[in-house]
Design a protein around this ligand. Structure first.
Ligand code: AMP
Length: 382
């Protein structure tokens, strides 16, 4: 079934989710609230999403037999984890609608394909070169200059598989460190802010988006999201238009997040795409009338896509493993009416691991930021 065909999947049907982390968990919650059954597929037993599913298939993403059985047990398949190979999607698609479709995943799971696609539709990115050898890296450094960022082209996330190169002399060490011959070199962007647009598109091409947000990172992992970002009206219009062009050109059915850099010169450059709900959209659970997980569900099930409305300024703060060492003081957060706590049911708190998040609501963005930071400090200090 092509993603473009008009298919309404009514409550009562079963949603198949590939991947079983916190995004799948929150998608499963949205599905359950609307009366859908949930089936999760991933290699992880006792996963955040699996804890909420009616059925879990614990199998590798290339296990054709398990994928076939899974596809036959659900009414639609969607993703919370996009790094699934093309054959897996092809196997699933033989039995059930897969949304977004395999072509969206194919483009977005590889940085060179993604940036080639963005260039083809006139969406600006930082200058980049594909790199397959140390010689090509040296050539690319001559063209792009330093500083630059060397990244593995496939299967990277949260800053994993990337190295900043400040001097051409560092090329060999960086190339060896990444240990891959499928790389991309990007000119380093001197940005004022990182932004994202979480948007959705329906089977009928309808496009909706949340307010543009600002993302602040800690060690390459998202730390804080400020919603909405303090942006001029023309930047908001431009960011939204870029997102629309991307979702339309990819023929996305579902939610897709566009990560952007706002350059010092005011230009907006797309960094990367995530064809699913996104960490920077978690604030929508508490601050919007329709959250990003329900929006994903509505899109993949062919249900009405409402333009989401944000009720008040909000700041999302991630809770990483290092924030929850010892005995975290959750009560300190739960005592505050304006802060909502979300925990993902992960047993082991490793440094850098996303264990949960909190969202603070405020009268202004500064108010929400101060509440979010105070609440996170209260958890940590325990
Ligand atoms: P990515 O995995 O591409 O999202 O990169 C993770 C983070 O590294 C981004 O959110 C930025 O903070 C930083 N980063 C990645 N690429 C660049 C770049 N070309 N210039 C400046 N910072 C970058």
């Amino acid at each position: 079934m092509s993603p473009g065909s008009n298919l309404v999947i009514e409550p009562g049907a079963t949603i198949g989710i590939l991947g079983s982390g916190q995004l799948g968990r929150m998608l499963a919650m949205a599905a359950r609230r609307l009366g859908y059954g949930v089936a999760v597929y991933s290699p992880e037993p006792n996963s955040p999403a699996g804890q909420l599913a009616d059925q879990t298939t614990v199998a590798a993403y290339d296990d054709t037999t398990a994928l076939e059985a899974f596809a036959q047990s659900v009414d639609v398949v969607t993703f919370e984890f996009e790094n699934v190979n093309a054959e897996a999607v092809a196997v699933l698609s033989r039995f059930v609608a897969v949304r977004p479709g395999g072509a969206v995943l194919h483009t977005t799971q590889h940085r060179v394909r993604e940036k080639t696609f963005l260039a083809s539709i006139g969406v600006p990115t930082t200058p980049w070169r594909s790199v397959k050898s140390l010689d090509e890296l040296n050539d690319a450094l001559q063209t792009l200059g330093t500083p630059a960022v060397l990244k593995t082209a496939g299967f990277g996330y949260d800053g994993k598989g990337q190295r900043r190169i400040d001097e051409v002399a560092e090329a060999e060490v960086a190339f060896a460190a990444l240990g891959s011959d499928d790389l991309i070199l990007e000119a380093h962007v001197d940005f004022v802010r990182e932004l994202s647009v979480v948007a959705a598109r329906g089977q009928d091409g309808r496009f909706v988006a949340y307010p543009i947000v600002e993302n602040r990172h800690r060690n390459h992992v998202l730390d804080l999201t400020l919603a909405p970002a303090p942006l001029s009206a023309d930047r908001v219009t431009l960011a939204r238009a870029l997102a629309r062009r991307i979702l339309d050109a990819l023929d996305v059915v579902g939610v897709l997040a566009v990560e952007l850099f706002e350059g010092r010169d005011g230009r907006l450059l797309v960094n990367e795409l995530a064809p699913r709900p996104h960490n920077s959209g978690h604030f929508t659970l508490d601050a919007c009338d329709v959250d990003q997980f329900e929006l994903q569900l509505r899109a993949v099930c062919g249900l009405p896509l409402l333009e989401p409305r944000q009720r008040c300024p909000a700041v999302m703060a991630n809770l990483l493993g290092e924030d929850l060492l010892g005995s975290p003081d959750y009560a300190a957060v739960l005592a505050s009416r304006d802060v909502r706590l979300h925990l993902y049911g992960k047993a082991v708190a490793r440094p850098g691991r996303k264990m949960g998040h909190l969202t603070a609501l405020g009268l202004t963005i500064e108010d929400a930021l101060s509440k979010a930071l105070t609440a996170r400090d209260a958890i940590r200090r325990a």
